[in-house]
Design a protein around this ligand. Sequence first.
Ligand code: TPP
Ligand code: SF4
Length: 271
Amino acid sequence: WCPGCGYYSMTEGLVNALTELRIKTEDTVIVSGIGCASRFPFFMDTYGFHTLHGRALPVATGVKVANDKLTVVAVGGDGDGFAIGGGHIPHAARRNVNITYLLFDNGIYGLTKGQVSPTSATGFITPTSPFQNRDAPLNPLLMLLSYGASWVGQAYAGWPHHLTQLIRQALEHPGFSYLHVLSPCVTFDKTDRTYQNLDLAVRELDADHDSSDMAAAMRAAADTSTPMLGLYYAEKRETLGQALDLIAARAAGAQRIKRATTRHRQRKTPA
Ligand SMILES: Cc1ncc(C[n+]2csc(CCOP(=O)(O)OP(=O)(O)O)c2C)c(N)n1
Ligand code: SF4
């Protein structure tokens, strides 16, 4: 990673949060797609999986379903998550897979040297948009809220202590937790999402923000003029793991009834 990249704060934040929660390295799996974030699993002293571009979430879902005891963290950039991988987010969210997704939004494709991404600002000039980007950016927070994510928060790489606390809360949440992290790409964006600009733009969510109120969360997410940091929304509901356990128990019960009925019929049938 380039010196000053927001990814360093994220690594430190995740290490600190895992340490504070006493989650063992051997019980942790970091899953990445492709992009600068795909170095993440290599920089952590945990298990890791460097998957295909945009495919961190389905692989992370598989890891969690295979071993529910693991703490599974999917990591990726805005291109990985909202361009090529955009079809996976709604399903991980609505199924409430008990994993944490850390999305590092630098508003650019960093690894491939600075093209526009789905969250780039209109008017942004890059090698692929020399006459300014004309596309409107997506609103990831609003998308995640409407997809049914059970925990949605926003942090900033320039506020490392706040970031650590939000990562910790996201890890503690029993369900799909989505943390959107505003993170400057210091090498390929010298004009828009810089530390200088973000330092002036961001602020904390209002102290009286009610994170159980979906409408309030959506109103805050829709206000893109001032990116607000903190926990937007949280609810507790059945996770994918719990749903699968229930189905397995029902299937086992159905098998027992079927076997008992078959035995009963066999006993009653005259030889
Ligand atoms: C199937 C496929 N298509 C395209 C690419 C090229 N590619 C690699 S990373 C990337 C975008 C990365 O951007 P982002 O996810 O925002 O991460 P960043 O590098 O900015 O952290 C692209 C388009 C690829 N590796 N694989
Ligand atoms: S290219 Fe940008 S996002 Fe990638 S490591 Fe360098 S500063 Fe970070």
